[in-house]
Design a protein around this ligand. Structure first.
Ligand code: NOJ
Length: 738
């Protein structure tokens, strides 16, 4: 063993050896390592490479200490070999951070994050992230680029699938859950560092076109786009990724204000900041940097620690430090951030994985059970005229392009889940209703065009009920997969229409990456279940829901639009000077009507002011009623907690779970305030006929916002509060903040 590595090893052993280390111990270890590093080795830690080739292609770089992290290697044999090169053959023996996009599960695939958000069940989401971490770390992946915390108010943006939707409160709860799940409540060798992304505002891409510019002013940034990130930082997220977009002209990877001043300065983040894939290099395309050295300089100045795929730090930084253009202290700060993560993860103690044990962990029965439950809770019942749950003994026609699409039901960003493990709705229904299922696909895939459905129609005539599985192939949402038309693609609407014409009850189940515009399709079915892409166990989950073994409880984490022209439309918009009050629609306007704007309000002449389904909406096979909504006081002080009490009753004849939602409106502020904001929610399961009194506490401090002149705080005045099953229902109660 080389002397330097021996010294390092002694330094490490002298420090605390488990990964549940105190901050000061971590910092001491980091300083001990940093002290021994050459400038070139330091810059090496700031470099991430993506592999795909043979180990020998990268062996030299790893041995020379030129690689801090590798991306996209999940072959455990190779992962161990890379770690061996780093730990045993590089001068200082610093292990690699092995990274992967584990977005909604590793092998066992959970519903896409938008579906997970529809569960309104942070505990379940945490369990799912834990499962992902157990599987991924067992194969050597210790860093995932998840969760994506981008608020998305425009379903044209394909990446809406990857986040928690339009609401900062829900997004923040999901963010914390995923961070806890990935990293573990206490760190050990199954901890996988979370990477909160994309910092910041990426989801506000103009027109929903991916990578597009954003224009988010300061108040909006701080009140809507930043809170989920701040919550995740408080939950201990170890890393963060800068985004591709330029906001108001400044690409995030070179945005000192958001990275250095807000993230590190205001929030005290001491984790690792990585660029997105070549987002440093793309600052040249943005016209924000003339060349690579300038991009490097701007990224380092902004506070970026690691370069993903620009190969800019490795090629330029050393020379720039020597020329005095970048200070070595800046490099040291970045390397500290990288090393801190490695130390916290216990990588120095456990760089290797046990390949056999790791293989046994994949698709463990309890992992599949968690994915199953998540898929059940993520499905939203949008319509039901009584056909659901299915009665026993019916002859069922199963049709549609998503009925037996094991690859597509996994959804976007599925690198490691294998379709051979997917259970499709067809398979699950055949098991649940033996001998009762006829299958005629009608369409082989979602984009397929067909003008004749005679085979499906003939089969429908022989059935008692039709189950049509529709939606989007996995590849139609996610990164770079924005859409300008949100109707069901191909001939799916025509298929539904043809089925409806048979007079048989038709149940549509939609598996998609976004809220599609399904208004016309709702007219052609008796019931609709919206499951987003439900993952490995989507089939059994949907079969249970359709059969009524499980009662749907998902709620919309985004507004469902009637038509794409309404985008962006979201529930927590600011009150306008002319709130909608039901004015004339186009069809009611007389010919040659004179010009007038008097009395007109904020709406569309053709589509009015309302979406198809509001945020928070979702039906059940039972019904719920809210009553006796009251507050413990009429006036509150800044440090108080508002105690909201209400009675929730299951007024139907089945057990069910309701997501009770609490919304607040601040009537007057130093800046215009949203019409409503979600402040709390609770999943409540009730037996048929049962009612329960529920109390939810809302700290007055959670009503704080960034007001005029950037002042953060709760502004005294009058407020309204709703408790309801969605964002558009209920009657407000009033209170004052003194
Ligand atoms: C680009 C994507 O924007 C980001 O979300 C992802 O984590 C990286 N590529 C790495 O694959």
């Amino acid at each position: 063993m080389k002397t330097s590595r021996l010294v390092l090893l002694i330094a490490i052993i002298a420090a605390v050896v488990s990964c549940g280390q105190r901050k000061s111990d971590v910092d001491t270890r980091v300083e001990n390592i940093l002290r021994q590093m050459t400038l070139s080795e330091k810059i090496g830690q700031m470099n991430q490479i993506s592999v795909g080739g043979e180990v020998s292609n990268y062996a030299g770089a790893i041995r020379d200490g030129q690689v801090g992290s590798i991306l996209n290697e999940v072959d455990p044999v190779k992962v161990n070999e890379y770690q061996r090169l780093a730990v045993e053959e590089s001068r200082l023996g610093i292990p690699l951070l092995v990274a992967r996009d584990v977005i909604h599960g590793f092998h066992t695939i959970f519903p896409i994050p938008l579906g997970l958000a529809a569960t309104f069940d942070p505990q379940l989401v945490e369990e799912g992230a834990r499962v992902a971490a157990l599987e991924a770390t067992a194969q050597g992946v210790r860093w995932t680029f998840s969760p994506m915390l981008d608020i998305a108010r425009d379903p044209r943006w394909g990446r809406i699938a990857e986040g928690s939707g339009e609401d900062p409160y829900l997004d923040a709860r999901m963010a914390e859950a995923m961070v806890y799940g990935y990293q573990g409540r206490t760190a050990d060798s199954t901890s996988m560092a979370a990477c909160i992304k994309h910092f910041v505002g990426y989801g506000a891409a103009e027109g929903g076109r991916d990578y597009n510019s954003t224009l988010i002013p300061e108040h909006l940034l701080r009140n809507v786009y930043l809170p989920p990130f701040e919550a995740a930082v408080k939950a201990g997220a170890m890393t963060l990724m800068t985004s591709f977009n330029d906001n108001d002209g400044i690409p995030s990877t070179g945005n000192k204000y958001v990275v250095k001043d807000i993230l590190r300065g205001e929030w005290g983040f001491d984790g690792l900041v990585v660029t997105d894939w070549n987002s440093m290099g793309e600052m040249i395309n943005h016209g924000f940097a003339a060349d690579r050295p300038e991009a490097v300089k701007k990224a380092v100045a902004a506070g970026v620690d690691m370069d993903m795929m620009t190969y800019g730090f490795i090629g330029h930084l050393e020379e720039m430090v020597r020329r005095g253009e970048v200070k070595e202290s800046q490099i040291d700060a970045a390397v500290r951030d990288v090393l801190r993560v490695k130390v916290k993860l216990g990588l120095f103690e456990h760089p290797y994985i046990n390949i056999e044990e790791g293989a046994a962990v994949q698709y463990a029965p309890e992992h599949l059970a968690a994915a199953h439950k998540s898929a059940e809770e993520s499905a939203i019942l949008l319509k039901n005229d009584g056909v659901l749950p299915l009665k026993d003994g019916l002859r069922i026609l199963v049709t549609g392009p998503m009925a037996d699409a094991p690859h597509d039901q996994l959804g976007t960003w599925t690198f490691d889940g294998e379709k051979s493990h997917t259970v499709t709705p067809l398979k699950a229904l055949e098991e649940r209703f033996p001998g009762k299922v006829i299958y005629v696909p009608g369409l082989a895939y979602s984009r397929q065009e067909r003008d004749n459905f005679s085979d499906v129609v003939a089969a429908a005539r022989r059935a008692d009920v039709v189950l049509a599985f529709l939606g989007e192939e996995a590849i139609l949402s996610g990164e770079a997969h924005s859409l300008a038309d949100l109707n069901l693609i191909g001939s799916q609407s025509e298929l539904l229409k043809a089925l409806k014409a048979t007079g048989k009850p038709v149940v549509a189940t939609v598996m998609a990456g976004r809220p599609l515009t399904i208004e016309r399709d709702l007219e052609n079915c008796s019931a609709m279940l919206y499951s987003f892409h439900p993952g490995t166990m989507g089939g059994p989950a949907l079969a249970n829901l359709l059969a009524g073994d499980v009662n749907p409880s998902g709620k919309a984490p985004v507004t469902f639009l009637r038509t794409v022209g309404q985008a962006p439309m979201y529930y927590n918009h600011n009150m306008t000077g002319r709130p909608y009050s039901g004015e004339l629609l186009m069809k009611d306007i007389p010919l040659e009507a004179g010009q007038t704007s008097l009395g007109n309000t904020s709406y569309y002449l053709d589509y009015g002011a309302y979406p198809l389904f509001p945020f928070g909406f979702g039906l059940s096979y039972t019904t719920f009623s809210y009553s006796n909504i009251g507050l413990d006081k009429e006036e509150y002080k800044a440090n108080d907690t508002i105690s909201v009490t209400f009675t929730l009753a299951n007024t139907g004849s089945r057990e069910g779970t309701e997501v009770a939602q609490v919304y607040v409106r601040d009537l007057v502020g130093s800046i215009a305030r949203p019409v409503k904001e979600l402040k709390a929610f609770e999943r409540v399961s009730l037996a048929a006929g049962e009612s329960r009194t529920i109390t939810i506490g809302i700290p007055v401090s959670s009503l704080a916002f960034y007001g005029l002149d950037g002042k953060y705080g709760v502004e005294p005045g009058s407020f309204q509060l709703w408790v309801a099953g969605d964002s558009a229902s209920g009657e407000p109660v009033e209170f004052e903040v003194l």
